[in-house]
Write a new protein. Structure first.
Lengths: 110, 114
């Protein structure tokens, strides 16, 4: 299920299930979007990106969907594994810098 | 090599100290960035260097002073910091400054100001 913690929304999923992490972005001029994964004590790690001329892009076990009409981005992780547990940030780029979303903590339980 | 390295990993400093954070990349990237990240918050952009010149300063207090000695190195000089400056400081690099290039992040320096 999904719950809102003190600062970070949290998504809890069972190992093997698919995860969907959502992100609303703010700037309709943004033309580039990235998802990052950040494990505890580490820097953000690139997962997948998408440009505004696309609405879907697939990587290994991950898919990013972009809906420009409602300014929504989602990250789908197939067959979620314990190693996927981390905080996930979306980021948008309206100009020459990245603007990060607030983040979602993904917890994977056996 | 797709690695950004940062030193030190941890730093504890008093409010009267002067210290420096260091960042290095050997990917040939021409843009480098400093971010500040508080616990449970997203990274916040501080500075952007493009071709070794300061391109963006996000109204960062002058007690933080960036320096780009060459295209592979980025420093952040710290002086007279406040306890609220305690955070994870992240360095990143990208091929170019324009926003449509992936930024590679280092592991960060965990800074504690006492």
């Amino acid at each position: 299920g999904e719950s809102v913690g003190l600062h970070l929304p949290t998504l809890s999923v069972q190992e093997g299930d698919n995860s969907i992490i959502n992100c609303a972005y703010s700037n309709s001029a943004s033309d580039y979007f990235i998802w990052y994964k950040q494990e505890s004590g580490k820097g953000p790690q690139f997962i997948i990106d998408i440009r505004s001329n696309m609405d879907k892009r697939q990587g290994q076990r991950v898919t990013v969907l972009l809906n420009k009409t409602v300014k929504h981005l989602s990250l789908q992780i197939a067959a979620t594994q314990p190693g996927d547990s981390a905080v996930y940030f979306c980021a948008e780029s309206p100009t020459d810098k990245l603007i990060f979303g607030t983040g979602t903590r993904l917890q994977v339980f056996p | 090599d797709t690695e950004v390295t940062q030193t030190p990993k941890h730093l504890v400093m008093g409010m009267t100290n002067k210290k420096s954070l260091k960042c290095e990349q050997h990917m040939g990237h021409r843009a480098m960035y400093w971010y500040k990240q508080k616990a449970k918050k997203p990274p916040e952009l501080m500075f952007v260097y493009s071709y070794e010149k300061l391109s963006i300063n996000e109204s960062v207090p002058s007690r933080f002073s960036p320096e780009c000695p060459n295209s592979s190195l980025l420093n952040l000089h710290l002086h007279a910091l406040q306890p609220e400056d305690s955070a994870l400081y992240l360095c990143a690099s990208s091929q170019e400054k324009t926003g449509s290039y992936e930024q590679y992040f280092g592991p960060g320096t965990r800074l504690t100001v006492t």
